[in-house]
Design a protein around this ligand. Structure first.
Ligand code: NAD
Ligand code: WQD
Length: 344
């Protein structure tokens, strides 16, 4: 019998890639998504890639009764991967209550329903944003959590604490918190990828939309940082590699291999790349010249952050594998495919 995993936010960017990897690894998947930031046809594309159509329920994770019905309908859910959240940092500053309600309320519903339906574990989407600007690089999981820069970042910190407090209270659940660095790229089939709503806030979708002519030029936010070329440094992690980290986390929970009931792992490459280096890599990988200009710093940006992923490498047996060039090429192919489909 295949083990069933509930994936909230499973039609979203990271969720959809993870559903593919879960199905490829032999798990049965139920997706719950309210489609607030994704399209229903993602389910068709997951089926095209894997040959398996995941169950899909259009339900809001904030709807306790609706979620209860999902757990009752699929009464053998073994674990949850909880992606569902609002994720735009800037928007969270404008609409903090939306972010606190959606991101925290959704998680609380999951944690309340898990014991009722004997769901053993939860993998939670956390973020390198919890570190702020680390004092020591590469940053390890032991680094202090700094005051959040945005309501969005704060929801990740609070949610990590909610999970710890719930487990400490003796609830029969365990958890793995995955702190993602900067996920980029798309599925190599170009059937799945990132679909920003309106003007992209993140670097790579802005690059690909500029390269294809949707945007006139990319603004590089600052070249006067204390970094070798003056632009910010990030740890850009391929989205399929990131998806695979979830599969090993699920396996670890279900095989009772956890060393503690709440474990935290950095999911990054371990390599810092500057914004200008990433632009060069994009041009090299795709042969497309990018129109960009240096502008002033963006408020709230961290100067440099990259992961020490050794714990995930050692404990999860997971490692980022895909080169930056292949990753950027996949993002570009996805953008070309969106045009072909008349989406963007
Ligand atoms: P995404 O917006 O593409 O996916 C999130 C999905 O959740 C969407 O399909 C959306 O429709 C759904 N959703 C939102 N609220 C919901 C609700 N109340 N009920 C049901 N569905 C709901 O985002 P993503 O980039 O795939 O991010 C997934 C998770 O990873 C999020 O928790 C995000 O905060 C976290 N994360 C993302 C990044 C990143 O850079 N993309 C980095 C670190 C952490
Ligand atoms: C990367 C770099 C920008 C756009 C965000 C969230 C973080 C996490 C990942 C969820 C920065 C520069 C960007 C542009 C630019 N998400 N840039 N021109 O800010 O590292 O992280 O996504 O948890 O919490 O804050 O990602 O892609 O926005 O920016 O120069 O048009 O690219 O200044 O240095 P960021 P990003």
């Amino acid at each position: 019998m295949k083990e069933r995993i509930l994936v909230t936010g499973g039609t979203g960017y990271i969720g959809s890639h993870t559903v593919v990897e879960l199905q490829n690894a032999g798990y049965d998947v139920v997706i719950v998504d309210n489609l607030s930031n994704s399209r229903a046809d993602v389910v068709d594309n997951i089926e095209k890639i894997t040959g398996i159509r995941p169950a899909f329920e259009k339900v809001d994770c904030l709807d306790f009764a609706g979620m209860d019905t999902v757990f009752a309908k699929y009464d053998d859910i073994k674990a949850i991967i909880h992606f569902a959240a609002s994720k735009a940092v800037g928007e969270s500053v404008q609409k903090p209550l939306l972010y606190y309600r959606n991101n925290i309320g959704s998680l609380i519903n999951m944690l309340e329903l898990m014991p009722k339906y004997k769901v053993e574990g939860i993998v939670f989407s956390s973020s390198c944003t919890v570190y702020g600007q680390p004092d020591v690089l590469p940053v390890t999981e032991k680094a202090p959590i700094k005051k959040a820069e945005s309501p969005y970042g704060n929801t990740k910190q609070i949610n990590e604490e909610i999970i710890r407090d719930t487990v400490a209270s003796g609830a029969p659940v365990s958890a793995i918190l995955l702190r993602y660095f900067n996920p980029i790229g798309a599925h190599p089939s170009a059937l799945l990828g990132e679909l920003p709503n309106g003007v992209p806030q993140n670097l790579v979708p802005y690059i690909t939309q500029t390269a294809i002519g949707i945007r006139e030029k990319l603004s590089v936010f600052g070249d006067d940082y204390n970094t070798p070329d003056g632009s910010c440094i990030r740890d850009f992690i391929n989205v399929v590699d990131l998806a695979k980290a979830h599969v090993v986390a699920i396996r670890r929970i279900l095989e009772h291999k956890q060393k503690e009931k709440v474990e935290v792992f950095n999911i990054g490459t371990g390599r810092g790349l500057s914004v200008l280096e990433l632009i060069n890599a994009f041009e090299k990988a795709t042969g497309v010249k990018l129109n960009y200009q240096i502008v002033g710093r963006r408020i709230g940006d961290i100067e440099k952050v990259w992961a020490n992923p050794e714990l995930a490498n050692k404990e999860l047996g997971w490692k980022a594998e895909t080169s930056t060039e292949d990753t950027l090429l996949s993002a570009w192919n996805w953008q070309l495919k969106l045009r072909e489909r008349g989406i963007q």
